[in-house]
Design a protein around this ligand. Sequence first.
Ligand SMILES: [Fe+2]
Ligand SMILES: [Fe+2]
Length: 274
Amino acid sequence: MSELFREVVLGSEPRPPRLSTHQSVATDPSSLVEAKEIPMKATKHQTDARRSFLQSSVSAAGLVLVGCASSSKAATNTPAKDDDKSEAEVTPGEDLMQEHGVLERILLIYDSAATRLEKNEGLELALVTSAAGLIRHFVEDYHEKNEEQFIFPRLESAQREVELVATLRRQHQRGRDVTDEITRIASSGTNAPALVPLFRAFERMYRPHAAREDTVVFPTFRELIGRDAYRELGEKFEDDEHARLGEHGFENAVAEVARIETALGIDDLAKFTP
Ligand SMILES: [Fe+2]
Ligand SMILES: [Fe+2]
């Protein structure tokens, strides 16, 4: 661990690597849902294992399939050589933005739920409870904790985007308050219309919140931290994901989002095409 990284990250425990692409995800007590075939984040372990695998006897067709299937979670933090077909690691910024993708899909779920309530179309409140549970465990207790522990302090110590970071911190707290209220109402099974303004307020706050992080905060952090510490933080995030969410936290969150989307009839992306 470099000295630069120590300035930013406090202590970590080693953990096993993630599954390779397209392996089934087993359910465990800390998992959010059982998943089948879902995109995976790439790890160094996967890269090494895949390289060994390819060097033995895999067919060219198999190679193409593996590469395509995993590309949605792969990122490049080292220049790829022309003859290097290995999968690159996910950088911290990409990791956080992929988690914003989960958040955005839950915001679409909230939007759909609010519309159903407004039109008296009926809404299974257990779906709301599940979506709010994802917000609590994946977004608030994991994603936002990483921002608060590793990203924001680096900008604050450098006196960069100080007002913006203060607003983002306040919004994290307000978001937790709103999630408490959504969970309380959905669990009670009564006064469901009271969820509508909460859904709308949550969406209204979090879309620009995440967009500002993607376009201002994460690029500034990347600029400040330096290449080596940035790379090491990617490994730290991977460790934390396993420690806090179980071995397949991201994958399980995506699978649970997909399940709720299907239940609400918003799973067909093509229907969003104007
Ligand atoms: Fe945030
Ligand atoms: Fe965020």
